[in-house]
Design a protein around this ligand. Structure first.
Ligand SMILES: *Cc1c(COP(=O)(O)O)cnc(C)c1O
Length: 400
């Protein structure tokens, strides 16, 4: 038997706030009722605010983030289209695999796991593409396997500088709603996310932001699709309905989680993620360990991938955390297995949870054989939180 709280410090699914869980505990309802749109139309409008788009559309598919990846590709491209992608972690790798399986002609740039999207290489390839053969450019905004956040705005700049007309696809599954993301400002054509990361919900919704340009491309794109067809969704969504049975419980949860995001303020949510992530990073530095991310400009505010010392197996750290301390950390994926463990720090999170994560990581690391001084990481994070917690947050607490 396990007593007390089970700790989830993985980068998705993230912790679901109690009020969001309760908001989903509602009776089944008529998805064709005349007032059903009161719920769904508000969700579309508020998801646009999270994506920071005024001109784009939002689709919500029952599915996970991977479904939204597929919806983005199949609706806007043609079999055999040339696309430019890069691989620098497990998620960017999986998106490349999907694109290949769907029959795209993928030009892949491999970069080190720990680096970000290769902007200057993208610039070179796009500059050489005088005939406009490249139909789409893909960016994994936050590579969850390595804890790297890439510069989407820079990719947009190089596309504009060579007047390239390709569609810009961005995987924002572990960034949207947690790290600054600007669909309109960055000219993102397809913005992919899911429900179980920054949106603090169970898995089950694949969410896709689609620009006007991408909607136009969908009118002539010939890749096969049925379930994901934009036109079917658009026709029904206009009045708040769906072409098939939608997961209404998740919609009620989404309503509540969006309310929480806007009550806190999207900018404040993003600032909180930065503050909490910095606490994790200070802790890791105090242990004398390195992140997989190669440079501070790439550090992710939603997940940190931590290299364990030579001679320590990161799988032991995970196992000890799980078996002894009721705690899940993220594993090292693919080539990082055994070398890395991850701390997910996104969604419904506060300072106390970060300190708990660091302190249990210290115990698990030490038991797995790492030379880590108890309290070192926790102390470094405490020192940071003591100075960084904004006075508004303190005032708000005082007022409550
Ligand atoms: C979680 C994640 C996905 C996959 O989403 P699923 O919901 O598991 O299908 C894709 N990309 C990134 C960057 C992710 O973090």
């Amino acid at each position: 038997m396990r007593t007390g709280t089970t700790h989830l410090f993985i980068p998705g699914p993230t912790n679901v706030p109690e009020v969001v869980r309760q908001a989903m505990n509602v009776p089944m309802q008529d998805m064709r009722a005349p007032d059903f749109g009161d719920l769904t139309l508000g969700l579309f409008a508020d998801l646009k605010r999270v994506l920071r788009t005024e001109t784009g559309s939002v689709f919500i598919y029952p599915g996970s983030g991977t479904a939204a990846w597929e919806a983005a590709i199949t609706n806007t491209l043609n079999p055999g289209d040339k696309v430019l992608m890069s691989r620098f972690g497990q998620f960017s790798t999986l998106w490349v695999e999907m694109a290949e399986r769907l029959g795209l002609d993928v030009e892949v740039i491999d970069v080190a796991w720990g680096a970000g999207v290769p902007v200057s290489e993208y610039a070179r390839r796009l500059g050489q593409d005088r005939m406009g053969e490249i139909k789409a450019v893909f960016v994994t905004h936050n590579e969850t396997a390595t804890g790297v956040t890439s510069d989407v705005a820079a990719v947009r700049r190089v596309m504009d500088e060579c007047f390239h007309d390709a569609l810009l696809f961005v995987d924002g599954v572990s960034s949207i709603g947690s790290i600054d993301f600007r669909m309109d400002d960055w000219g993102v054509d397809l913005a992919v996310t899911g429900s179980q990361k920054g949106l603090m919900l169970p898995a089950g919704l694949g969410i896709l932001g689609v620009s006007e340009k991408a909607m136009a491309a969908a009118k002539t794109a010939t890749m096969r699709r049925a379930y994901f067809e934009f036109a079917d969704m658009q026709a029904m969504n206009a009045s708040g309905y769906f072409p098939y049975t939608p997961p209404t419980q998740l919609f009620h949860g989404l309503r509540r989680s969006l309310d929480r995001i806007f009550d806190e303020g999207l900018d404040a949510v993003i600032a909180r993620h930065h503050r909490l992530a910095e606490g994790v990073r200070r802790g890791v530095a105090a242990w004398g360990m390195d992140l997989v991310a190669e440079h501070p400009t790439l550090y992710s505010d939603t997940v940190s991938a931590i290299r364990v010392p030579e001679g320590v197996d990161a799988r032991d750290v995970l196992r000890i955390g799980y078996e002894r301390y009721n705690t899940s950390f993220g594993s090292g994926l693919a080539r990082l297995a055994g070398k890395v463990f991850r701390i997910g720090h996104l969604g419904d999170l506060n300072e106390g949870m970060v300190l708990t994560a660091l302190s249990l990581a210290e115990l698990s690391l030490a038991e797995a054989g790492a030379a880590v001084e108890f309290g070192s990481g926790v102390g470094a994070a405490q020192t940071w939180f003591a100075e960084a917690t904004p006075s508004e947050a303190r005032l708000q607490i005082a007022a409550e």
